[in-house]
Ligand binder design. Structure first.
Ligand SMILES: Nc1ncnc2c1ncn2[C@@H]1O[C@H](COP(=O)(O)OP(=O)(O)OP(=O)(O)O)[C@@H](O)[C@H]1O
Length: 228
């Protein structure tokens, strides 16, 4: 699924964000990426999406060579990835239904399929009764559930989440993690960068710790490993 070998990223201003990172993530895994602020977690996540290009190394995501792909191939890479951010990033002038459907319009899905898929994912995230609402009419947790529905509506092989519970209270965060667990059990690979010690320590999933741009730990059924 994800094969990163000897990858480094040095930004234009000289900041070294990642150094000689080697990691393989296989289909169906659930991986937490942890580390202090500035350690390189977001850079790692952005590389998977090809928002940031490695300075050196090789990176294959879903069988696609991220460094060597043509610009025309990038949308196909991203189509296989569902992405969720801390700040939801919903379209404020669109309803819940339209926000999710938009992700399918972009890939020109047939209208009939669109209705079925949007209704399915609304069911998965428990928001069927809110489909007509605008984001401003929803709580933070509900907005994040819309963002998850949008991320999974095209059946991505990998869901990538950067601090998805960062703005949410503990109870709401657990609701989000329940959804991720269900998506993962259905076969989707999950890669989640997080600062949430309780969630990581409770879930006993693979934990990759990044420190100063290097992988400091990579443990199956790992723990957060830092104080809050
Ligand atoms: N666009 C950029 N230009 C220059 N330097 C950057 C850029 N983005 C990140 N950096 C630097 O790269 C390093 C890693 O940053 P990154 O955002 O990946 O860390 P992070 O672990 O996600 O941090 P946080 O937990 O605070 O989000 C930091 O030193 C940061 O200042």
């Amino acid at each position: 699924m994800i094969h990163m070998h000897n990858v480094s990223k040095i930004y234009e201003n000289g900041a070294v964000a990642l150094q000689n990172v080697d990691i393989d993530i296989e289909k169906g895994e659930f991986v937490f990426i942890v580390g202090a602020s500035g350690a390189g977690k977001s850079t790692f996540v952005k590389m998977l999406l090809r928002e940031v290009l490695p300075t050196q190394g090789s990176l294959v995501v879903n069988g696609r060579n991220v460094l060597e792909m043509a610009a025309t191939e990038v949308p196909y890479l991203r189509r296989g990835l569902g992405v969720i951010f801390q700040d939801y990033r919903l379209l404020t002038e669109k309803t819940v239904y339209e926000n999710i459907a938009f992700a399918m319009q972009v890939i020109e899905a047939p209208r009939r399929e669109m209705q079925k898929c949007v209704n399915n994912v609304l069911d998965v995230v428990g928001l069927k009764d809110k489909y007509k609402c605008f984001p401003s009419q929803l709580s933070g947790g509900e907005q994040q559930r819309v963002a998850i529905a949008r991320a999974i509506v095209n059946h991505p092989q990998i869901v990538i989440a950067d601090e998805p519970t960062g703005n949410l209270d503990p109870d709401t965060s657990w609701g989000i993690m329940d959804i991720f667990t269900r998506i993962n059990k259905a076969g989707t690979t999950i890669v989640m960068a997080t600062h949430d010690k309780t969630i990581v320590d409770t879930m006993h999933k693979r934990v990759v710790a990044i420190e100063d741009g290097r992988i400091a730990r990579d443990e199956m059924e790992g723990a957060y490993g830092y104080e809050d």
